[in-house]
Design a protein around this ligand. Structure first.
Ligand code: DI6
Ligand code: FE
Length: 398
């Protein structure tokens, strides 16, 4: 029989409006995997009056966290490059010298599905331990059909072996593999791989890397045209290291999100507002590659562009295993408010993934909740490397 119960003695940050949507002395009624009701404890609906109660002794409850941008399926690591960057080599110099993404490609092509699943397990467990209930996982380290599909199968498998919801993005347009040129790779490998991955039900969205060391807007547009033909939403790594016009292109395709966007402009912010596209901020990459140009957060605010925050957990530019730390970095490095940072890993992160059933505590939404050993929601961004998680509710299961 479906489980019906009440969580009481809590302060709830519903995230249902532009602030925290706080309800003091609150309770939440759960029916199976959905939220049935939320409000002041004294107003619990009569049909839950006799239900089991779990008292949270005043702890804070928020929607479970959503990491809307990760590359956690990959082979090998890039610690050696970390040392090279500490010795002065830039991210771009390493990439142009054959390191970077393409070096992870070799390790990922050489790994079996079982190897990739095994190496991703501690990463997804680390995210679950911080209260993440939904995670986006990209391909992009195969750059051939066999390995791109292998990565996406592993991403799907992670959602079957762990209590977490996985949303996948095809990122075949991540880098140009050795021995190929960008145009041939897009037409002869990337697009056929996208079609094959879609045919196997492995793709929830299509992503790309629009940058001087990767693909230009015309090449990305060819991939996005196929995504549209297949009925798939798009998103884009855009304006990370320079201004190439990726953000404007993504807005033309009504992308779910543009990600990084350090070099986005006021005009880009206006285009994103018109297209309803989320700006995903990735402070881990900004920090790791010693970037100095912060995203135009005030322009996003002025034009009402929703902002999300992700770890971008990848072996090169952002080996960041904490979404809570990403929230702290988004505040400290990009001057987000704590309320914006929490919206960035709940309400707006759901929007960046095209999900309308999570990220907010309201009747009918998934019962994915996090219960924190804090009283003030700002403490979630204030702590540096602190994890105050008390418990996680996933699909209604406490
Ligand atoms: N931008 C990034 O920062 C990552 N991918 C991308 O498009 C880098 C991934 C890596 O360095 O392995
Ligand atoms: Fe990324």
């Amino acid at each position: 029989m479906a489980e019906r119960y009440v969580i009481s003695g809590t302060t709830v940050a519903t995230m249902a409006d532009d602030g925290y949507g706080l309800i003091e002395n609150a309770a939440i009624a759960i029916d199976a995997d959905r939220i049935a009701w939320v409000g002041p404890e004294r107003e619990v609906p009569p049909d839950f009056a006799d239900s089991l109660r779990h008292d949270m002794s005043g702890r804070l409850i928020t929607p479970a966290l959503i990491d809307c941008h990760t590359h956690i399926v990959h082979g090998g690591n890039r610690a050696r490059e970390f040392e090279m960057r500490l010795n002065g080599a830039s991210y771009e110099e390493i990439a142009r010298a054959g390191g970077g993404i393409v070096s992870t490609v070799a390790a990922t092509r050489g790994a079996s599905e079982a190897d990739l699943l095994h190496s991703a397990m501690p990463r997804i467990d680390a995210l679950i331990a911080q209260g993440v209930a939904t995670v986006e996982i990209k391909s992009g380290y195969g750059l051939d059909q066999e390995t791109e599909l292998k990565m996406l199968r592993v991403a799907r498998a992670l959602g079957e072996v762990r209590p977490i919801r996985v949303v996948t993005s095809f990122l075949g347009a991540h880098a140009v593999p050795k021995g190929s040129d960008a145009d041939s790779y897009i037409d002869e490998i990337c697009i056929p791989a996208l079609r094959a991955a879609h045919a196997e039900g492995l793709v929830d969205a299509v992503d790309g890397f629009c940058e001087g060391i990767a693909f230009d807007t015309a090449q990305i547009a060819r991939v996005f045209d196929v995504a549209q033909e297949l009925g798939l939403p798009v998103k884009l790594h855009a304006e990370q290291l320079s201004h190439l016009g990726g953000t404007a292109l993504a807005a033309q395709y009504k992308a779910l999100s543009v990600d990084h966007v350090e070099y986005a402009t006021e005009a880009d912010a206006k285009a994103l507002a018109a297209s309803g596209t989320v700006a995903v901020l990735l402070p881990g990459a900004f920090y790791t590659i010693h970037e100095t140009q912060a995203p135009p957060v005030q322009a996003f605010r002025n034009h009402g562009v929703p902002m999300a925050v992700g770890t971008d957990w990848n072996p090169g530019s952002s080996p960041l295993g904490s979404l809570l730390l990403a929230m702290n970095m988004a505040c400290t490095l990009f001057r987000l408010t704590p309320a914006e940072a929490l919206a960035g890993t709940t309400r707006n992160a759901a929007r960046a993934l095209g999900l309308d059933d999570c990220g907010v505590i309201a009747p009918g939404m998934r019962a994915d909740l996090t219960i924190w050993n804090v009283s003030d929601p700002a403490e979630l961004s204030y702590g540096i490397g602190i994890n105050p998680l008390h418990a996680r509710v996933f699909g209604g299961v406490l």
